[in-house]
Ligand binder design. Structure first.
Ligand code: ADP
Ligand code: MG
Ligand code: MG
Length: 875
């Protein structure tokens, strides 16, 4: 129904069917709108059909005629699309009123003021929505009228005043359009319908659709509904209500009521509403009836609903209902409440929550009761609430954090050199870059709050300060509060509350006990996580480079490590050893450098095996190009040129020049490096094998898996494998250590059958696979044309965030098929960032992988989505 009638039309039809008091009306379908939008004209049969339905409506209304006779029928003309787009399209109330009908309405209602108030509302809404007159022009006239009379609100204007306002509004119409306000009711109706069709393509509506991912070609339905009047005096009014609290999910009735008003007054906030509970005092019978109807609706929709209603002289009318929008917390609580009440089953409960919502619940948040005003707003890139002193470079962030301060790292944009600072910071604020910028992606991966692209801020890292839009300056050391859920930035410290859901996961996911008054939200999360774990087929592992990350991943429910990057183990003070390795001029020098690295690596792996005891731990051998471990070419050149450096620098410069690559992403890295730098991979394999043997000897249960990056042909793998097997046999003769490869090049996917002959497992490196399939490098393109591509709809979402299932996904499927055909017991996983992305998890489930691996903070999301992916589709 919703496709054709729109959400509002379907809701009205459904309520009518349930026997609820809905004013009669009819709906023009979205199909009519689509024709109008495509051809620029209403479908030829529309006029006749509207006539027929209008006649039927007049009949149902006891023979009252639209805008005619001594009891004129008035209607509203309301937009309403498939997906709710609150306030984004137009509605016109009181259609049918004109110079004669206004008198009839006055006589019939016995309320002259009401009639003129309705007439001025019609001209005002029609003038703005249909005739395109600036809404402010009408408001100005109203303000002048109020001032002249000396009253504060429109409700205090009497019928004589309102008559004057109507006259002035009509002058405005003439002035603006050259024509008088149309007096023919049918002409009013037709023009309003057309205006609602047009509002589908209004700026507001388009922007909203882009943000919400709603297709542009659906069109809106138009609902023509007999008017009921909330502005007929103190025993009338209008309101909105939710059947449960949409913010917290608490059970009970929530809403606002405005006596003596028409619907748009509530939304416009012209007068202050009263809480719905107040209606119980004002009009008990209507209130009770409302509660009864809300129960009917909840039982019917089996979910929280929101509604619009109007009371006309003590009689309740329902004007709208839909399944209500809710916060993440409310989604989890309402789903479990409905489950407990027997309204839905566990599968349906899981369908009603998302990984996206779970993510939001894991971040600390600002106390919702704060009233501070933001000093700037950027893109909410990674949720959470961060408070700390502003610092403008990574070194300062690290130093001040080490000294026990909380810091917010403020940069124009971040790059890989900022990693330390980002880790040390509570939050990250940048003035450039979007949701896929380095800052955004990395912050999300490590669970840091991030607001990026706050373009109104001027960040001056050299001067260690930031200029706000109003020209004031924030210097290093001043406190900022950054809200990653809204994008707001505040000066000073806002109160923060920790996330109970995060505490639950950090505590290892033990069920809340009845004894200590468990948080209802945590109970709901635990309940639904349990249901998801019970249903999922996909395993969930984590990407973890350190024992600390591995331990957290385990607490969060990961059953193993899908990717340990060993490059992090080559940084810091070990850089000098890597330099020695690279500068080595003969086997002896090289051997000495490798010998020095070996015990350090062994210790790293030993700690990992302890943290992941009994669970698979996939270690990837060194992947990035070697020059990444050497000093920057330009800096070094300057040092050598100015004669600052010694002879060692000269040699280093020569090495850096030799290793310098134009396109390092496509250069000497991964398995290629392993095959041309003698001894490098052997050393790493030896460290893994020795660490495993030692842990095993100490009574542990190490489960290492060795993973080779960037393989393009089975030949590469065969060579590495032969050497690795020899080393393992020597260093850990009693252990079998599986060896597998990443599938991250198109050639690897296309020749997966051959590669499977030498691999015990495949792990899809979907980041590199995305880069190589699309032929672009993430670092180059995200800041250059991604925004334009997202804007133009070429990308539905960034392919680095959500797997491109048509392109990259097709290669994944190919490799799965060929790999399994060659070797049915081949283990298949994914270790790209996509492993923690909800949509991508669903794809990997469907593609038949064994597990996904993602950053520890994404593990709960992956578990939940893997469970949701395994649900049977709703019928
Ligand atoms: P929106 O989608 O922006 O909520 P609506 O079409 O629901 O727009 O209408 C705007 C306001 O006018 C709402 O408060 C609604 O309840 C009220 N309204 C709509 N139709 C009628 C009607 N026939 N009688 C009385 N009030 C109405
Ligand atoms: Mg509405
Ligand atoms: Mg890779």
């Amino acid at each position: 129904m919703r496709d054709l009638l729109g959400g509002k039309g379907a809701g009205l039809a459904e309520m009518t069917r349930l026997g609820l008091p809905v004013p009669p009306g009819f709906t023009l379908t979205t199909e009519a709108c689509r024709t109008y939008l495509a051809t620029g004209a209403e479908p030829p049969t529309l006029h006749g059909e509207v006539s027929a339905h209008l006649a039927a409506l007049e009949e149902r209304m006891g023979g009252r005629r639209l805008g005619r006779g001594d009891d004129p029928l008035l209607v509203s003309v309301r937009s309403g699309a498939r997906f709710s787009m609150p306030g984004m399209m137009d509605t016109v109330l009181n259609i049918g009123l004109n110079d004669t009908a206004v008198h009839a309405l006055a006589a019939r209602s016995g309320d002259e003021r009401f009639a003129w108030d309705s007439y001025r509302r019609l001209i005002q809404m029609f003038g703005h929505t249909v005739l395109g007159i600036d809404a402010d022009r009408f408001e100005e006239k109203l303000a002048i009228a109020r001032d002249a009379v000396g009253v504060a609100t429109d409700a205090e204007l009497n019928s004589r005043h309102l008559r004057g306002v109507v006259r002035q509004f009509r002058d405005l119409v003439v002035e603006h359009t050259g024509h008088d306000f149309p007096q023919d009711p049918r002409e009013q109706l037709d023009l309003a319908v057309r205006a609602v069709f047009d509002s589908w393509n209004g700026d507001r509506a388009r922007l909203y659709r882009r943000q919400e991912g709603i297709p542009d070609d659906l069109g809106t339905a138009v609902n023509v509904v007999a008017m009921v009047f909330g502005n007929l005096g103190p025993d009338s009014g209008t309101g909105v209500a939710f059947t449960r609290d949409p913010a917290s999910g608490a059970q009970g009735v929530y809403g606002d009521y405005l006596p003596n008003a028409q619907g748009e007054d509530v939304v416009a906030g012209i007068r202050n509403t009263v809480p719905l509970a107040e209606l119980a005092r004002l009009d008990r019978a209507s209130y009770d009836e409302l509660l009864r109807i809300m129960e009917v609706l909840e039982n019917h929709y089996r979910d929280m609903c929101d509604i619009e209603f109007t009371i006309e002289r003590g009689r309740l009318w329902m004007l709208q209902t839909r399944v209500g929008k809710r916060t993440a917390a409310a989604a989890f609580r309402i789903a479990t409440q409905a489950l407990d009440q027997g309204l839905i089953d566990a599968e349906e409960a899981l369908r009603r929550v998302t990984g996206e919502q779970l993510t939001q619940l894991m971040f600390p948040r600002f106390d919702v009761n704060h009233h501070a005003r933001p000093v700037a707003t950027g893109i909410p890139a990674s949720p959470g609430a961060a408070v700390g002193v502003a610092v403008f470079d990574s070194a300062t962030a690290v130093a001040r954090a080490a000294a026990g301060e909380r810091v917010v790292l403020v940069r124009r944009e971040t790059n890989p050199d900022d990693l330390d600072g980002m880790l040390a910071a509570e939050g990250i604020l940048t003035s450039r870059g979007g949701k896929t910028s380095h800052a955004a992606v990395v912050a999300r991966g490590m669970g840091r709050t991030c607001v990026c692209g706050a373009e109104e801020l001027r960040v001056d890292a050299a001067a260690r300060r930031l200029t706000l839009p109003d020209g004031t300056v924030v210097a290093e050391g001043e406190t900022l509060s950054v809200d990653g859920s809204t994008g707001h930035v505040y000066r000073g410290e806002l109160p923060v509350v920790p996330s109970p859901v995060m505490e639950y996961f950090e505590g290892g996911g033990t069920p809340p006990t009845a004894g200590d008054a468990p948080d209802e939200l945590v109970t709901a999360v635990h309940r639904l996580m349990t249901e998801a774990d019970r249903r999922r087929r996909l395993g969930v592992r984590a990407n973890a480079d350190t024992a600390e990350d591995a331990a957290r991943a385990r607490r969060f429910g990961a059953r193993g490590i899908g990717l340990t990057r060993t490059e992090h183990m080559f940084l810091g003070e070990r850089r000098a050893l890597v330099e020695r390795l690279i500068l080595a001029e003969d086997d002896a020098e090289r051997g000495a450098a490798l010998d020095a690295l070996l015990p350090l690596q062994r210790q790293d792996f030993r700690e990992l095996f302890q943290a992941m005891d009994g669970l698979p731990t996939t270690i990837r051998l060194l992947d990035p190009p070697l020059h990444e471990f050497l000093p920057d070419l330009t800096e070094l050149s300057v040092r050598v040129a100015t004669g600052e450096g010694g002879a060692a620098d000269d040699r280093l410069l020569a090495a850096v020049r030799r290793l310098h690559e134009q396109n390092p992403m496509l250069g000497l890295r991964g398995v290629r490096l392993g095959l041309v730098v003698p001894g490098l991979f052997s050393m790493q394999v030896r460290a893994i094998a020795e660490a495993a043997a030692a842990h095993h000897a100490a009574g542990g249960d190490p489960r290492p898996e060795i993973m080779i990056p960037l393989v393009g042909t089975v030949r590469e793998l065969e060579l590495v494998r032969a050497d690795a097997d020899r080393v393992v046999a020597e260093a850990a003769p009693s252990l079998t250590i599986p060896l597998g490869t990443m599938i991250e090049l198109p050639r690897a996917a296309l020749t997966a059958g051959e590669i499977a002959g030498s691999a015990d497992f495949f792990s899809f490196g979907t980041n590199d696979l995305t880069q190589t399939v699309w032929g672009f490098s993430r670092d180059d393109v995200e800041s250059s044309f991604f925004a334009a591509y997202l804007e133009k709809g070429i990308f539905p979402a960034s392919p680095f965030e959500t797997l491109d299932t048509e392109g990259v996904g097709a290669l994944v499927r190919t490799a799965v098929e060929k790999g399994r055909a060659a070797r049915p017991d081949l283990k298949l996983g994914v270790c790209g960032e996509h492993g923690g992305d909800p949509d991508s998890v669903h794809f990997f489930h469907a593609a038949g992988l064994d597990y996904v691996s993602c950053s520890p903070f994404r593990v709960p999301v992956a578990r939940l989505e893997a469970g949701r992916a395994a649900l049977t589709p709703p019928t």
